[in-house]
Design a protein around this ligand. Structure first.
Ligand SMILES: Nc1ncnc2c1ncn2[C@@H]1O[C@H](COP(=O)(O)OP(=O)(O)OP(=O)(O)O)[C@@H](O)[C@H]1O
Ligand SMILES: [Mg+2]
Length: 230
């Protein structure tokens, strides 16, 4: 279980200080699938970064099974993320000198995962795996980034706008694969999206507004990626 307790995160100081998170309290259960919605600048990415241990909160705690990772030293935090967390970034952050396949293999190696090939195929990139990121479209790069995160077999998968660059058909295919894999492997999934329709596939929906949680809603009957609007 992940618990955020009274989490604040600010950037900069003085005149240029931005309070991106202003007292966030939330719990995510093991195996749960949570979607985070909210306007641009409302703090969605910051919430994801702080929850996953990519960034440290200015104050407050981020507890994993009762242990406060915000108190970890840098090396401890790196080891923690390496063992537990998969991350799909809003800007992909692929390694430019490696092919799509090698990028995915980087993730797989971290988990000693030998059969990452099926993940590449499942995101529809079998025929693009020898290409370098610069030779791929935005949507293809996004799928490499998703495959890389999955290849790591994370305990918790964090996704920042995972379908933002994908057309409807590819977006549904990738989302469907993510949800099925989550059920099969039992990992926890926390996804930020601008697409309100996607919220209907989640177990719970968090709505951010100006650095605070405006609403948390449970969804008793999550829909499949093919049952929602787009
Ligand atoms: N590294 C940073 N340095 C300074 N300010 C930042 C930084 N990261 C985020 N912010 C600010 O914090 C606020 C929240 O940003 P955040 O990226 O979390 O928003 P978001 O909800 O993810 O927006 P979007 O939908 O556009 O991705 C914004 O005002 C943003 O300008
Ligand atoms: Mg963002």
């Amino acid at each position: 279980m992940i618990e955020l307790k009274n989490v604040y995160k600010s950037y900069g100081s003085g005149e240029s200080k931005t309070e991106a998170l202003k007292g966030v309290d939330v719990t995510v259960d093991d195996g749960e699938y949570v979607v985070i919605l909210g306007a641009s600048g409302s703090g969605k990415s910051t919430l994801l970064n702080v929850t996953s241990g990519l960034e440290t909160p200015t104050s407050g705690g981020v507890f994993y099974d009762g242990e406060d990772i915000s108190a970890f030293k840098d090396e401890e935090l790196t080891a923690f993320r390496r063992r537990n967390v998969g991350f799909v970034f809003q800007q992909y952050y692929l390694l430019p000198d490696m092919t799509a396949e090698k990028n995915v293999r980087m993730g797989a190696d971290l988990a000693d995962n030998k059969d990452y090939g099926q993940i590449i195929a499942a995101v529809g990139l079998e025929n693009k795996k020898k290409k370098y990121p610069a030779q791929l479209s935005g949507g293809e790069q996004q799928r490499v980034s998703i495959a890389r995160a999955l290849a790591k077999k994370p305990r918790i998968l964090f996704l920042d706008e995972p379908t933002g660059a994908l057309d409807e058909a590819t977006g549904r295919q990738v989302l469907d694969y993510l949800i099925k894999l989550k059920r099969e492997l039992g990992f926890t999934m926390v996804a930020v999206t601008h697409n309100e329709n996607i919220a209907a596939t989640a177990d719970r929906i968090i709505r951010m507004n100006s650095g605070v949680i405006a609403e948390i809603k449970s969804n008793p009957a999550p829909k499949s990626a093919y049952e929602i609007g787009w």
